[in-house]
Design a protein around this ligand. Structure first.
Ligand code: HEM
Length: 462
């Protein structure tokens, strides 16, 4: 008789060791610019709320689910998006949903909600599955044992999917030039300039941004042309494609009937691409990395994909429950948006802690998701935490890859569906394994990505 199967060995993926104490102001600022997740101390992972004065002013780092609920939901009116965040995201994205506030945000959120209903999201499943399939066909042509950097591969597939769901009739310009200009544009917004961190006035040129001006101009004018072309089409009696651009141009605030202006349409196209591209690509990249460390979960996902992927595309993502659990666990350990920040507009009380007006309030999914008070074996890769039955035991405000409350990510269901379909297609055909001896290091730009990409060894499934 065989004894019980020995449990799979613990998978403890790498992350920077927390500091034992707070660094001095110069080291802090330097580290913040190099890699913000290296500034967290052990106390952040053990205490529910930490307040104090730092080089960026008075701050509070909040990892208490009840306090988070107060900030993001119950007393949300007292917490606005902070100046640094808005400045980093400003070029191209102002007057879009991510950066707008107050009445402008409310009108846009009401007008844009119909673009992300479950029905509309489900209608994009075949474009997602088709792009996933095309990706695996390209990989099948590579020789087994090939070392493949999966990060740019995931960036490409998520960009193609967004491109197809926003502009289903294609790009008017040379797609290669468009993609390059877009990558440059997003690399520009992704960098934290020291001048921004130190709150230097806007008229002082940011060197990091000057270089990419021509690409930014090209990208913006390409988007303008596509909007103009579609408006002409919608004005005539030709049938218009049912994609996000048509929906945006037809979007109306249900309370006032007002549509969006040209500037807002453009800002929201840029916002959807900016907010939805690298985030989803990184969720997939980290999932592939974690799976490279776990033969058990690779096998489970491959079998699930075998059982589900030949069936109808409708409801497919919902049937891929284990695949989804891996993605959720990857976003717990490596949340693409590693920290959220707000500014207290007035004083408040957070679970007995006084918050002064002007405090920079930070809710860091990266810290929250590994917090000693909230998770068992918090640094261990264990997707079963997210399987049906176990998932309901997770406090709603202890797991925030998409934020929470009225400003929760509008594209959450879109990106989960996309990530699930792409990951399942890959796991069905391939086993990606770690490159021996290579160190993997998470680094926070705007999103949390692996430093130097994510090369993995491509092998076909036997
Ligand atoms: C894994 C993928 C994604 C992650 C982790 C993610 C994460 C987030 C987070 C944390 C927020 C809230 C920010 C805050 O409260 O300060 C947010 C907001 C937003 N996201 Fe996503 N996102 C993802 C994909 C997408 C996609 C695919 C789209 C659009 C196609 C999108 C569009 C937006 C927009 C427009 C907002 C602003 C919502 C508002 O303020 O009303 N995101 N996202």
């Amino acid at each position: 008789m065989h004894g019980p199967a020995s449990p799979a060995p613990d998978v403890r993926p790498p992350f920077p060791a927390p500091l034992e104490r707070r660094p001095g102001p110069i080291t802090f600022l330097r580290t913040l610019q190099r890699n913000p997740i290296e500034t967290w101390t052990r106390a952040h992972f053990e205490q529910p709320i930490l307040t104090g004065r730092g080089p960026l002013g008075i701050g509070a780092v909040v990892s208490d689910p009840a306090a988070i609920r107060r900030i993001l939901v119950d007393n949300v009116g007292n917490y606005g998006k902070d100046a640094l965040q808005k400045r980093v995201l400003a070029p191209g994205l102002s007057h879009g949903l991510l950066t707008s506030e107050g009445e402008e945000w409310r009108i846009q959120r009401r007008a844009l909600a119909p673009l992300f209903t479950p029905r509309v999201t489900a209608s994009f499943a075949s474009a997602m599955a088709r792009n996933a399939q095309a990706l695996t066909e390209r990989w099948a042509r590579l020789r087994p044992g090939h070392i493949l950097d999966v990060q740019p591969q995931m960036a490409q597939v998520t960009l193609n999917i967004l491109g197809e769901t926003i502009f289903s009739d294609g790009l008017e310009r040379d797609p290669k030039e468009f993609m390059e200009a877009m990558s440059q544009f997003f690399a520009t917004i992704g960098s934290l300039d020291l001048f921004d961190l130190l709150d230097f006035p806007d008229w002082m040129p940011r060197l990091s941004k000057l270089r990419s001006r021509p690409a930014v101009a090209f990208f913006q004018s390409a988007v303008e042309d596509m909007i103009a072309r579609r408006k002409t089409l919608l004005a005539g009696d030709q049938p218009a494609p049912e994609d996000l651009l048509t929906l945006l141009l037809r979007a109306k605030d249900p309370q006032t009937g007002a549509g969006l202006g040209d500037l807002e349409v453009k800002a929201n196209i840029m916002t959807f691409i900016a907010a939805g591209h690298e985030t989803t690509a990184n969720a997939l990249t980290w999932s592939l990395f974690l799976l490279s460390l776990s033969p058990e979960w690779r096998e489970r996902l491959a079998r699930e994909a075998d059982a589900v992927l030949d069936g109808p595309v409708e409801g497919m993502a919902e049937r891929l429950v284990e695949t989804r659990a891996v993605i959720e666990e990857a976003m717990r350990l490596y949340p693409p948006v590693a920290s959220l920040s707000r500014e207290a507009l007035g004083p408040d009380d957070l679970c007995g802690r006084r918050i002064r007006k002007g405090t920079l309030v930070v809710i860091a999914p990266y810290v929250l998701h590994r917090h000693a008070l909230l998770w068992n074996n918090s640094n261990r890769f264990d997707p079963s935490r997210f399987l049906p039955g176990a998932r309901d035991k997770i406090d709603r405000y202890a797991y925030l890859p998409f934020g929470a409350g009225p400003r929760i990510c509008i594209g959450a269901a879109f990106s989960i569906q996309e990530a699930v379909l792409v990951l399942a297609a890959i796991m069905r055909r391939f086993a990606l394994l770690p490159v021996p001896g290579r160190r993997v290091e998470p680094v926070q730009r705007i999103t949390l990505r692996p430093r130097g990409g994510m090369p993995l060894v491509l092998t076909t499934r036997t």
